[in-house]
Design a binder for this molecule. Structure first.
Ligand code: SF4
Ligand code: SF4
Length: 209
C-alpha cells in the first residue's frame, strides 16, 4: 500500500513543493499515511477482540453475524453517506477511499463539499453508539463480566486515542468529533474554493472576510 504522494484533488495547492510552503501542513492530515491506518486498526482491535471473545464465551456467538452485518452496512452505506461523502478524501480520483479509517471502501455516493447537516451529525452519533455497544448486552446476559469490562475499556481507549491523536488533524471538519482549530479550517477552505463556497452557502463564516 503506497503512501499517498498526491494531494487531494480538491486542494488548489497540489504539488509537494506547494505543500512544503503551506502554513497548515503540520496541522492537518491531507495525505494518506500508512502509520495512521495502522494506528486506527490497532485501536479498533482493542474493542473488537474482547467483544468477539466475550460474546462467543457468553454463548451468543451467532449474534455476531448481526454485528458484522451492521458494521458492513454502517461503514459502506450509512456512514459513507452522512460522514464520508463530505470529506476531502472522498473528492480524490478513484472509486475507493484511501484514508486512515475506511481504506478500501467504495465511494458509492456523490461527493458533497458542504458541511454535514445537524441531522447527519445526529445520525452519525446514533450509528456509532450502536456500532460500539451492540456486543455489550450479550456479554452481560451470558455472565461474561470480565470481557464486558475489557470491551468497555477498549471503547474508552478507542475514543480517547481517536479524539486526542486523530480528530485533531482530520480534514473532515464538520464531523462532530473534529477538533481542528477554526483558523486552520479557514486556511484550508481558502485553498479549497469548492469547499469554501459550499461551506459559505451553508452559513459558515470565515474570520476576517
Ligand atoms: S492544505 Fe496545505 S498541506 Fe494540505 S494538500 Fe493543501 S497545500 Fe498541501
Ligand atoms: S477520513 Fe474519516 S470521514 Fe474522511 S473518508 Fe476517511 S473515514 Fe470517512
Amino acid at each position: 500500500m503506497p503512501e499517498d504522494d498526491a494531494a487531494h484533488d480538491i486542494c488548489l495547492r497540489r504539488s509537494p513543493s506547494d505543500c512544503n510552503s503551506c502554513t497548515i501542513k503540520e496541522s492537518v492530515e491531507c495525505r494518506f499515511q500508512q502509520r495512521s491506518l495502522l494506528r486506527f486498526a490497532a485501536i479498533f482491535l482493542c474493542c473488537a477482540i474482547p467483544a468477539f471473545t466475550g460474546v462467543i464465551l457468553a454463548g451468543f456467538g451467532w449474534f455476531l453475524v448481526g454485528w458484522i452485518a451492521y458494521i458492513a452496512f454502517f461503514l459502506q452505506v450509512w456512514e459513507n453517506r452522512i460522514l464520508c461523502s463530505h470529506c476531502p478524501y472522498y473528492a480524490e480520483e478513484g472509486r475507493s477511499l484511501r484514508c486512515h479509517a475506511n481504506y478500501g471502501l467504495l465511494k458509492i455516493w456523490k461527493y458533497n463539499p458542504g458541511p454535514m447537516s445537524r441531522w447527519e451529525k445526529l445520525q452519525f452519533i446514533i450509528g456509532i453508539i450502536i456500532f460500539v455497544t451492540y456486543p455489550l448486552p450479550f456479554m452481560a446476559l451470558g455472565g461474561q463480566y470480565a470481557f464486558f469490562l475489557l470491551s468497555s475499556l477498549g471503547i474508552l481507549v478507542f475514543f480517547a486515542v481517536l479524539y486526542m491523536k486523530m480528530c485533531i488533524r482530520c480534514v473532515n471538519f464538520s464531523c462532530p468529533l473534529n477538533r481542528v482549530p477554526k483558523e486552520v479550517v479557514d486556511t484550508f477552505l481558502r485553498q479549497n474554493p469548492v469547499m469554501k463556497r459550499a461551506w459559505e452557502d451553508a452559513g459558515y463564516k470565515l474570520d476576517n472576510e
